[in-house]
Design a binder for this molecule. Structure first.
Ligand code: LAG
Ligand code: CA
Length: 493
């Protein structure tokens, strides 16, 4: 299905709005003029995808469909091991990794920028690679090209007094969490001015290539003051996304990191994930009780990421339609900034992405229109950025703009809510078909479902997927088991 680029779409919306002004109220339903055509601020994590492939995705899929930014895997030089997590064991700040060269990284940033997509780089600055004795004895070792002796001295690392560093759960104090080795990785002394300067130059280098900001890997393992001092030297407007996993009873909270940017709100992922039997979505009165925590403007919300899909997430690409449901609810919500996740299938949690003979990760291209699959071969890309349902929900999000979220409605295993006057989403997580009626102030009439393909214009004739109607102030959805639907006011094209 041809999808207009954002630019074209905005231009056409502008033309439509001018036409509406010129012709008066009869030219289009009044609600169309209120639709905010701005691209929603939705990001996508493209896990272990090479720079050349990301550049391609920006041009073919992400830009045209309105994704605002991509979170890449770490671009730093790393240890030579097959597992994906080699990326989280940097050995230098050179932009040379199995995902591509410095030139390829720069080319990706430029091409994505031209397509209207920002690049957020995953910055691993809490630690260098795991070593018993950081900073010495690397010549001739497994890490022959190890460069951090040139960057750092032994004194630039914390040497924790604990005898076992393997299990972070053993760390109970603030000092242990932030100044002890995280899974045996050599912990940088981020309080040291010298260390801060080295990290700062690395981030500046990435900014000089045009990145828009950073995911701060393992932010919880650096004092918030240290992170604040490091990012405080960066140009205003640099986007900072701190990874601070919220834990029960842990001494360090995400709230400590909101003064200088966004944080990943793990609570949202935990509460959102189906089977939705945790009560979060079963309260018809829920109103403001939906999953949220840090203030919306600081919250990055997600269904899963590269760590949780290998661990705590109870819905992932493997769950097909249930995964679509979770993503649809997240993208329909008005809390936080969503980040969609796209990785590759695996049965071994350590397995890296498919590589070429020289060890570099193989390029991958996603089919233009797709959806969840029943089964994947190991290593196969999930391509969630190309799923019709996800793209449809980006349009839904653009169409609903900042319309308030109305209280949720329950009907058996079905659940839904309205974004006031602009759109309605509904899901059925049960084994039986359910018809759910959701009060709405949208005008009576037939609407095209965004999940099953959407419409190519505001004209019902162009609807590719299912249609649902609004009757006497209620949106009516007859939903098959484990399915989702979303209707929104037409965006004129
Ligand atoms: C993160 N966020 O705070 C990343 O999102 C997460 O993926 C990283 O762990 C972690 N912090 C460190 O940056 C990953 C893997 C670990 C892996 C680690 C370092 O989940 O399994 O540890 O990266 O590569 C591996 C081994 C450990 C070993 C360690 C050091 O699994 O058993 O102790 O390497 O050799
Ligand atoms: Ca630390």
């Amino acid at each position: 299905m041809p999808r207009p680029t954002l630019l074209v779409r905005s231009a056409l919306v502008a033309v439509a709005m001018v036409a509406t002004l010129a012709l008066g109220a009869c030219a289009a339903p009044a609600q169309n003029a209120e639709v905010d055509p701005a691209a929603p601020d939705v990001g996508i994590q493209l896990f272990q995808l090479p720079w050349t492939s990301i550049a391609n995705e920006c041009e073919t899929t992400l830009g045209p469909n309105g994704f605002a930014w991509v979170l890449t895997s770490p671009p730093q030089e790393h240890i030579t091991r097959d597992e994906w997590w080699a990326s989280y064991q940097p050995v230098s700040y050179q932009l040379q990794s199995r995902l591509g060269t410095r030139d390829e990284f720069a080319d990706m940033v430029a091409r994505c920028d031209a397509a209207g997509v920002d690049i957020i780089a995953d910055a691993v600055i809490n630690h260098m690679t795991g070593q018993d004795d950081p900073g010495i004895g690397f010549a001739g070792s497994e890490y022959a090209h190890y460069e951090y002796p040139g960057l750092y001295d032994v004194d630039d690392f914390h040497h924790c007094g604990l005898t076992t560093y393997d299990d972070i759960e053993d760390y109970t104090s603030r000092e242990q969490v932030q100044q002890c080795e995280l899974v045996n990785l050599a912990d940088l002394d981020t309080a040291s001015p010298r260390v801060r300067e080295q990290i700062g130059s690395y981030l500046d280098d990435l900014l000089s290539l045009g990145v828009a900001g950073f995911r701060i890997d393992a932010a919880k393992h650096m004092a918030a003051d240290d992170v604040a001092a490091i990012v405080g030297e960066l140009p205003e407007g640099t986007r900072i996304m701190s990874e601070v996993i919220r834990g029960g009873g842990e001494p360090i909270t995400p709230e400590e990191y909101t003064a200088f940017g966004e944080v990943f709100e793990f609570t949202y992922a935990r509460d959102l994930t189906p089977p939705l039997s945790n009560g979060v979505f079963s309260d018809p009165e829920l109103g403001g009780d939906r999953p949220q925590h840090v203030p919306s403007e600081n919250a990055l919300v997600f269904v899963d990421n590269h760590d949780t899909e290998r661990g705590e997430a109870n819905v992932t690409y493997r769950d097909g339609d249930m995964y679509v449901i979770a993503n649809a609810l997240m993208l329909a919500d008005d809390y936080g900034t969503p980040i969609v996740y796209s990785g590759y299938a695996f049965s071994d949690r350590d397995a890296g992405a498919s590589t070429e003979a020289d060890g570099s990760v193989s390029d991958a291209t996603c089919a233009e229109a797709s959806g969840p699959r029943e089964a994947y071969d190991d290593g196969e890309r999930t391509c969630v950025q190309s799923w019709d349902a996800v793209i449809g929900m980006l349009r839904f999000r653009a169409a609903v703009g900042d319309a308030p979220r109305m209280p949720g409605v329950d009907e058996g295993d079905a659940y839904g809510f309205e974004r006031e006057g602009r759109g309605v989403v509904a899901v059925n997580v049960g084994d039986e078909p359910v018809t759910i009626r959701i009060p709405t102030s949208m005008a009576d009439g037939d609407y095209c479902d965004a999940i099953t393909g959407g419409a190519t214009s505001g004209d019902a004739q162009s609807c590719v997927g299912a249609q649902y109607s609004v009757e006497s102030g209620e949106a009516v959805f007859a939903l098959e088991p484990v399915s989702a639907a979303a209707i929104h006011v037409p965006v004129r094209q």
